[in-house]
Structure formats: structure tokens, C-alpha cells
Write a protein that binds this ligand. Sequence first.
Ligand code: ME8
Length: 533
Amino acid sequence: MVPYLHILLTLCNMSKQTRYVTTPIYYVNDRPHIGHVYTTTLCDVYARAMRDLGHDVFFLTGTDEHGVKVEQSAIDKGMSPQELADQNSAEFKSIMGMFDLTNDAFIRTTDLEHTRQVQVFVTKLLERGDVYLGTFEGWYDEGQEEYHTETSARDLEYKSPISGKPLVRATEKNYYFKLSAYQERLEQLFKTNPDFVQPSSRRNEVLGRLREGLQDVPISRTNFSWGIPMPGDEEHVIYVWIDALFNYITALGLGDPTSDWYKERSNYWPASYHVIGKEILWFHSVIWPAVLMALEYPLPSCVYAHSFWISEGRKMSKSLGNFIDLETIETYVAEYGMDAWRYYLTTQGPLGATDADFANEKFKEIYNAHLVNTVGNSTSRVTAMIVKYYDGVVPTESDGDTRLEIAEFDWPAKCKEAVTQWETAMESFSIAKAIEQGMQLIRDVDLFINDTAPFKLAKDDTKQAELGAILYQCLETLRIATLLLSPVLPMKMKEFHVAIGTSLCSENLIEVADWGLLKPGTTVTKVALFPRV
Ligand code: ME8
């Protein structure tokens, strides 16, 4: 018996598909704010949904710790760069616990496993002639650690598009990556794989810039020392962006096949989604694929570049001091709860091509309309009626052998369709659209209650079978809808499932969301999930 079970389990695991989702790795010279929490929460919702669908998921986040900015901040604070990196990386790591984020690993670019592998990869690029020593003359954005050619600097009016500070003139002997050699292959990539960059408006931006022609990019610096030494030439440190991009494959051990990381994680490459903000799209959609092409690795399936949060109608900036920082976020979480915070971020956030405003009034409005009046109201109404009319015992849906069908609501079909749409939306990272499938089912339950008026039927002895069927259908639909909402509202949906005597799915959502799995006779208690604020 036991050996067969083992074979069966192995077969099940073999049939699992992998999903690898990454956030950018965050700079440790800054403190965490809504932007970092947002990107990581989106990836968390996706990772949870993919696990619910039975996929083998690896969700990676971490910190980007080298570079002149960290070195400078450390000097300003009288600390060593490593001390500053340790302190701030720990703060970023703590947000994973605070926000119930289920990342499988947290990489730091100062991890020895990372630095060693970066040197291995750069050595390979040198050997292949994709990296060579040359002289750079152009412009440098110190805040973004980004080089610009004369043409692109002119387009930017010689100012950083992010901080507005002047670009500085740079002439340096550098190691270069032969990006220009990949022009044709990159154009081909965008042509044959139109979904490589999402949303599509972002893809068009990249294509436009790509068509202007690619120049080789410097990948080493000599004016500071806080970085990974260039193999064979220790006067140079590897440019922080090249160092950082490699995290997506060093975390899987691809540069060291003898490592535990390789044994445990290498099967996750290529990534399903690199989720990033729009400001770092060029690095991810052009430079990174070209480096991967040079190393002959498969490319990620999609780079998803969301837009930005602004705050009460204004761009967030250090000078305005209006960042939604961890302290502000904590006040929202204390008032509305963690799930409400996650819901607002993922449904109202800038996942598409336009920026989104974080406004206190809107937060309250969405909380009340979507969570209190929709999810909270419906779950409380239905459980309360079952408690009142059936002493908390789930009634049956059928009258003898016949399933009672009421009015035009075909619940099994409606639920099945919602589950299918949810899966498609989650797989394509349309997080808000996926969540909407669960929300719409709940709104339909409310309509159904209004149409069929179970509270009136309860007063009529001849209508008891109908009443039981209606309440069964309401609760069964809510059970399915809340499964779909659980990646975004994990705590509240768990509370609901405990109250209705079922369990949240782990690994087989499609089966668990089948109509009719709620057993008549199950005991239910009344719930109040979202208190009015
Ligand atoms: O760029 N709205 O790190 P970073 C939404 N280390 N998201 C925002 C945001 C906003 N206003 N502000 C920031 C770096 N973000 C590099 C990345 S990856 C190999 C190296 C999010 O600390 C968004 O995901 O500046 C953005 O891309 C990221 O934080 C930038 O974080």
C-alpha cells in the first residue's frame, strides 16, 4: 500500500506546473512605503491563487543593497554600508510578516550565494565577448543609478525623470555589455511574443524606444567600492543594476549547480511574472532579456509593469513628505483590518496604465460599499437566517429527488462560470478582474434574496421546502464566492469558512468550488466580518 501511495504522490507532484513570481528587490537606502507593499501584495495574491489552483509556486522578494546611494547614506549616518544594509533590509523583511505576505524566499544582494553567482555570470559574459572594456562618455542619473546617452539625456532635458535633479556628465573607463548585438533578437521577441510586456501600452513605449536603436551599456563603476568586484579587475565594481537583475536567477542557484538553492529551486526558471513599477521597465524588458539571451537562458514569460500610487491627488515625493509610509499604513490596518487594506490596494491600485490616487475618503467609501455592505452584509444575512429558521443547521437544496430551481438563477452554472473566469484572470495577472468574479456572485446573492424574499416564506408553513432550497443556494454560492476572494481576504474568508463548517481550499480550488459540496446538516454560526467604520 505505502509504495503505491508514494508513486501516486510522485505522479501528482510531477503533474504540478511551476509558477515563479518576483517583485523588484527594494533599495535599502529608503524606508518601505505603500509602493513596495503594493507590488509585494499583488504578487502575494497571485501566489496564493496559484497555490490554491494546485501549482508549485515560488514567490521571491528581497533587497538591493549595493551602489553609491547606499554607500553615501551609510557615510552620512556614520555607519558602514553593510550595517546600513543589515538594518534596512531587516525592516523590509519585517513587512512580509506584518502584511501576511507569503514569499517563499527573501534574497539580499549582499548574500554570499548571490555575489558569487553574479561573478560567475559576469565571467561567462566576458568569456563570450558579450562584456568588454571601453570608455563611456555620457550622462548619469545619480538617484536612479542609470546611465543615459546624449540623445536620451537631451530628451529628458538633462534632468532625472524621477527626482528632477540634473544629470551629471560622466566619462569613465568601464566594462560594457554588448546590448547593441541583441537589437534584432529583442525586436523579434516583442513581435512574436506580444504579451511579453504587460499592460500593452507599456509594451508600445518600450518598442518605440527600442526602434531608436540600442547602444552598449556600461556595467561597471570605479568611483566607489560598495559593490561586487569585477572578476579579474578589482578596481571596478559591477554596476548595481546588473548585480540586482541577476537576483532573479541567483535566488534559484542557476549560477552554482552544486548549491542547495539550485537543487531546490532551479526548476522554477523561467519566471512566470516579473512584477515591477513602470519606472524600471527598460531594465527588465530590454537589458535583462538581452543578458539572458547572452547566457542562453530561457526568458521570463511576462514583465508586468504597473503604474504609480499618488497620494491625495499629488505625486509622492520626499520633498513634499507625503509618502504613505509604514506608520500611515499601520493606522489604516488598525482601523479597517489587514484584509481591508489588501482589498483596497489590489482592487483600486494602479495595475493598469494609469496612476491611482490613495485618498482617505475613497478608502472609507470602498470599505463601506464593498466590504461592509456587500461581503459583510450578505454573509451575515444568510448565516443569520439559517440560525434563525433552522437553528443553524444547513437545510437541503432538494425536495425529495427534485432540485428546486428558483426563478432565473441557475447557481451551479453561474458559480462554474465565475470560477473559470477567475482562473483565467488570475493566470493573466488581472488581479482586480479576478476578485470581481467573487464580488459579483455575492451581489447576485443579494439580488436573489431580494427577489425571493426568504423572510416572507419563513412565515408560510407551505413554503418550507422552498425556503430551505433558497438558503442552501445562498450559502453554497457564498462558500464558492469566498473561495475566490480568499487570496485577497485570507483572514476574513477563513473566519467565514470556520463559521459555516467548511474549509478553505488548499491546492484544488477547482474541485472544492464544485457546486453541492456544502453538506446539508452542517452547523453554521452567524458572522459579522466587517464592522462599519
Ligand atoms: O527600483 N507606486 O528599487 P526601489 C507603486 N532596486 N509602486 C511603487 C511606487 C509607487 N509610488 N514607488 C515604488 C528599485 N514602487 C531597484 C529595483 S529590481 C532588479 C531592482 C514599487 O526600492 C514599484 O514596484 O526604488 C517599483 O518598481 C519599486 O517599488 C521600486 O523600488
